[in-house]
Each structure stands twice: as C-alpha cells, then as structure tokens.
Write a protein that binds this ligand. Sequence first.
Ligand code: CDP
Length: 792
Amino acid sequence: MTTDTVHQTTTPAEIGGVGHSVRRMEDDRLIQGDGHYVDDIVLPGMLHLAMLRSPIPHGRIVSIDTAAAAAVPGVVAVLTGAALEGYGLAWMPTLSGDTQAVLATDKVRFQGQEVAAVIAESPYIAYDALDLIDVEYDALPPVLSPQQALADDAPLIRDEKEGQTDNRCYQWEAGDKEATDRAFEAADVVVTLDTHYPRSHPAPLETCACVADVNPATKHVTIYMTSQAPHVHRTLFAMVTGLPEQNIRIVSPDIGGGFGNKVPIYPGYVVATAASLVIGRPVKWVETRTENLISTGFARDYHMHGELALNSDGKILGLRVDMLSDNGAFFADAQPTRFKAGLFHIVTGSYDYPAAHVVTQGTYTNKAPGGVAYRCSFRVTEASYLIERLVQNAAYELGIDPAEIRMRNFIKPEQFPYESPTGFVYDSGDYPRALQMALDMVGYDELRAEQAAGRPDGKLVGIGIASFTEVVGAGKGSEYDIAGLRMFDSAELRVHPTGKAILKLGVRSQGQGHETTFAQIVANELGIPATDVRVQEGDTDNTPYGLGTYASRSTPVGGAATAVIARKLREKATKIAAHLLEASEDDMEWKAGTFSVKGSPGQSVTIQDVALAAYTNLPEGMEAGLEGVHYYDPPNMTYPFGSYVVVVDVDPDTGQWTVRRMVAVDDCGVRINPMIVDGQIHGGLAEGYAMSSMQFITFDEDGNCIGSNFMDYLVPTAWETPRFELGATVTPSPHHPIGAKGVGESATVGSPAAFVNAVIDALAHLGVRNIDMPVMPARVWSAMKDARAAQG
Ligand code: CDP
C-alpha cells in the first residue's frame, strides 16, 4: 500500500477509532459457520414454497390446471395469479414506480417469470408437485434487444398498462443541447464510440429467500428476508397488502452478499407472505441458484453511443451521449425519482469542460427485470466506462499520451466544489495526484519505452488507464427519494450505565463490515472502545427508519448519522463531566474518552464514569440517560475517485491476454478502517476484472437465458483473479462529519475501462478502437484480424 497522505488517528489503538485497521468483529461469527442466514430459520409448522416459472419468454396464458399438483400428499396449497387477484395481489408496485406481475395472469413476459406456486410440507414435495401443474401457453414472438423493442412492428410487451403504446420505459435527458451543439461545431476532432456493456448478474453467494410468518391470532406479520432495505420493504409491503404497517416486522438477518441483487421486492417474498396469511402457518421460500441467475436482479445491458469534441491540443470541449438500456419486462430496480438521467449524467467523468448533453432511453424487452445497482449507483458504472473509453480513444486520435490527455483535462483541485455540465456539484478531489501516484507505482515511462521497443518484434504490451469519479451517498432528501421516501438515514445510540453501547442503524450490511466500522465511528467520537459497541441492523422493530444499503450510501449517510448522534451525546456527556468534576462546562477538555479540567489534567473522569452518572448522578434538572437518535439528511452526495493502471500482454497468435500488473489508487476521503477499505477495493476490482474478461449473460434467439448456472456465468476465483497493487490518497469530503466518502462500489465502477483500455492499447497502433466486453480472446483475435486486413 502506498499513500501520500495518511489520516492521523486521534484515538489510541485500544479504543480503535477512525483510521485504525481494527479486525472485523463480525468475522468470528461469519467465518466459523455461526452466521445466521434466512435459510437457517426453522419455525414450528413451517411450510415450503416452490415457484413454477415460465419456460418461454413471451406468451399468453391459455389455461393453468393445478388439480394434479394439489392432490399430491403433503401439498397444502397451489397458488396462481387468479387466486392472488382475489386479494388484489396479482400485481405489485416496483421501487421505480412501475408495476410487476406477482404471479402471471394474462401473459408471461420473460423466461423464468413466476406463474404458480406450490406450498407443501417439505421443499422436495413442493418441487415434485411443480411438474404436475399443466400450463397451456399461446407463444408470442419474443423481443430480445432494445433495438427490436423500438422497431415499428415490435409486439407490445406491456399491453396491460393503460396508455402504453410502445416498448419505451423511460426517456431522460440531462445537460444543455444547444451549448453542446456549439461545442461540437467548434471542435477540431470528434471521437465516437459505440459499445455495449453486457447484461451481468451480481450473483451473491446466498440467493434470495424469505420466511413469512403471519400470526393468525394477532395478525402480526414477521418476514425474515434477504433485504438490503428492510424499512422501505416494510412500507411497500404495507402498501401492497393493506396490512397495518405497525403489524409488519421485517428481519433481515446475516446476508451472504447483496451487491444490489437484494434491493428489489421479488414475487417470492409476496407469494410466501400471501400464502402464510391464507394458510396461517409460516412459509419459507429459498431461490435455487438457477432461479437467482435467470429471474432476479440483473444489471447493465446498455447500448451506448458517445461523442467527444476536442481541440487539437487535446482539450475536451463537449460530450454527447445517447444511451439505450434493456430493462427487461418490468422496471423494477430502485430508481431515485430525481436522478434525471438515472445518474448517467455523471458520464462527464473527472474532466472540466463546458458542455454536455445526455439522453438515456429505457426499453421493455422479454427478459427478466434488470438495472439493479450492482456495485454502482444507478448506472454510474456504465457511464464511467463510456467516458474513460472515449478519452483513451481521443488520445490515440490526437497522438497524445493517454495519461497526458487526462492530466490536461482534469478538474483542478482548486476548482472544487465543481459544478459539472450536467449539474452535479462534486464535493472535493485531487485527480492529478491520484493519477500521478498510479503512474509512479506502475513505472509508466519505462513501460511505454518497453512497449515501443517490443513492437518491431511483434510483442503486444498494453497499458490501460481509467481515472474515474463516483457519486455515492444519496440524498439530499429534498431532491432524492425512492417511491416518495426521502433518501436520509439514521442512527440510534444508547450508552448503558456500564459504559458499553449499542448502535442501531437504518442501513443493512451484506458483508461490508458495518459491525466494525460503525463501532469505530462511535469510538472516535465518544472514546468508548469499538469492541464495547454492538452494532445492530436489519430488524425494523428494533432499528430507526432508513433507506437501506446500496450504491455505497452507508458511510456517507448512515456513517454521518452515527457521527452526529455520537457528538450530540458527547455534548451531554460534557455537561455531566463538568458536574462530576465540579467545574464549569466551558473549562472541560476532551481527549479520546477522557474529560478533564483545562490546566489540571489530573482532574478528570472517563466516558465510562460519565455513562454511569447519566443514570445515577445527574446535574439538577437534567433528563436521565445517555441515548439519542439522529436522522441525517446529507447536504450533498460524496464523490470518491481514483486512477487505475493495468498492464497486459496480448498473445499475437491467439488474442489471449494476461494481466501483468494492476495498480489501483483510490481516494474515498478519510478511511474509517483502511484494511476494510482495501478489502472492498479488492472485491470491486475482482468484479471489474470479471466483467471485462469473462462475465456476461445473453439470450438465444428463442429467448432462452444463457448464463443460468456457474458453468455458463463465470465468477472468477482466486486462481483467475490478478494480483492487485493498491495505493491511496486522502481528500476528505468537506461536508461529511468525519470527512469520509463511500467506497463499496468504486473499484467495480472504475476498473472495467482500465482492463479493456489495456487490451485496446496493445492493439491501438493497428487501428483497433473498440472490443466489446467481455474482452475474450476470440474477440481480440478477430479485432486484430480485421485491423490487419484494413491495413492491407
Ligand atoms: O453502503 P456500503 O456499506 O456498501 O458501502 P460504503 O459505505 O462505501 O462502506 C463499505 C465499507 O467500507 C463499510 O464497512 C465502511 O464503513 C467502510 N468504509 C471505510 O472504512 N471508510 C470509508 N471512507 C468508506 C467506507
């Protein structure tokens, strides 16, 4: 690890505040098999639900015969859409304001769509009975790409939606069209790129699951559920089912990875709850791996057209983007209402230029719903990929070094806060410093010399760069909401008389280490050792309301809420300390867990003494206790950034490429736990490498999903994953109470362009400017062949 600015810790190691690489406290439990996941939950009288899914991508349902399945011994019920219609539950609202079929009634709209459910005494009986359900379909032609979806003769997929006359799902715009047109008229060079970011899947180790437990006597509903946003899900459940919200409790126990997959509400959750309501017994639904891969939480699938206008010195003048996304049959991801271009307006990247115009269009197709924030905030990954590919190609077009062209265009440190041409205000950054560190670490000049020297002998070395800016930590609440719910987050802190504390949060970890890092924030602000702070998340009855964990918002929003409430408690603690020391509050000094009287350091009390006094010996008239809750509404989002450099060797005979070096310099502001941040970056880089090299889900011409198992959908193991060399700069966020920005998704956002640019860089002298992801050897080989043929 290389750093040029190290955050100074203000607490000793035994307290473990911000800046300490405290070992992950949750790992004792998680790595010793003592985690408690949804599938571990077994309730008395529990039944099991299995889902019948459509084998075809598009077709009318003519009839469904469930009699044979219902007659199987051990089957308790068979549910269809028609049965749910009786309860008003055949359709449900989505988090992006669309509607989605719970169990299909009229048509099926993608392969794998939920058609009927069997509820039985055991999962084996339920799955066996599925085979006995007889569904007759009248097949319709499938629509399998956005281009097909927009064709004049395309079948209408969402024919049940009033007023829907075509397969358009949304059209958003950002920036200034006229100013951008003027920039292009003034340009010396225009660089164009058409590329596809393929459909991918977050593929968490644990699939989606729930246990719905309706108490027939009290009508209280407890739903144990793989949920990244339990409070939002509770509210949506109340709206969908009509059950009073105070009677609904969502418990999201340990989660085995989410990556955006566990943000939407899936039909399985709703059907299990409806079944438990009707039958009066708990019902468990656990997806199989194939169900997870074909029917839930897809991401990406963006067809992107970008144009960059530059002058002959390589200065960017403007950007034009036209983006077409394949959203599948229902628009079901969480879409903050006022992200005008679905965050695609961050496509302007890390560069300073006056004009940009961005149009993003979404289409319905006969694929499972897509668009989840898979380690990115609502399309930032695709946007970052596009701008970094364009800038790299501009360098080749103008004969300027790819690092140099970035340095010439970066927003300068003194320009922050910086308003981008699409209206975002970037909080802070030092982009040249991060890129320079990455270049120094990799030995850039020597590598360029080696590349040039090897070319006459046919050696293909590529050096790819990506300098990304991310945007994380939504709201602010007045501008950003999901389904009308403002994007704030919350923290409730209770310090007990013995000086130990419990912190309850509205966010929900899926493995990111919140039990450690959020305890460290409390340790930092109150001086209570991090190991004395228990962090609780995921139970809506026992945590304050929050919008959940996705798109790296926990630290920027939930972390800020934690710091603010801890500071408020410290204010009260200062008053109690002054009372104990018989001194004036103004004379109190604070240092890592100890209050002392200015000028008399011997006169002091600890935070633990104060905690006891909060319940036993208070100043006259003061309310007892040391507890509080804070709802934090961020004034702005945070903008982590970084520069990545990848070095590859390409085999000129086969197109096989191997990563020789991968250097990643990240800046996520103040690092609460540097070790955990490194772990987040390692994970994100592995995912970025997977997308660039091997990972995609596609469909054959009949609409069959290719990628329904881990033989077809490749998840890299430690064997394939390259070694990563990490560096860090620290540019605090000016508005975050501890200067932190989010990091959970940065590396996945930033790295795919670096890997792809490296392969392109090895072939750029042949005229190659694009190879679509995943950059598999066959694609590289055919790009080389075409380029050589074009050169004669
Ligand atoms: O929302 P999510 O937890 O996925 O992402 P995050 O807020 O970026 O945090 C991921 C993990 O890295 C958490 O454990 C954070 O507390 C930690 N982190 C950190 O230690 N320092 C930062 N500046 C940012 C995140």
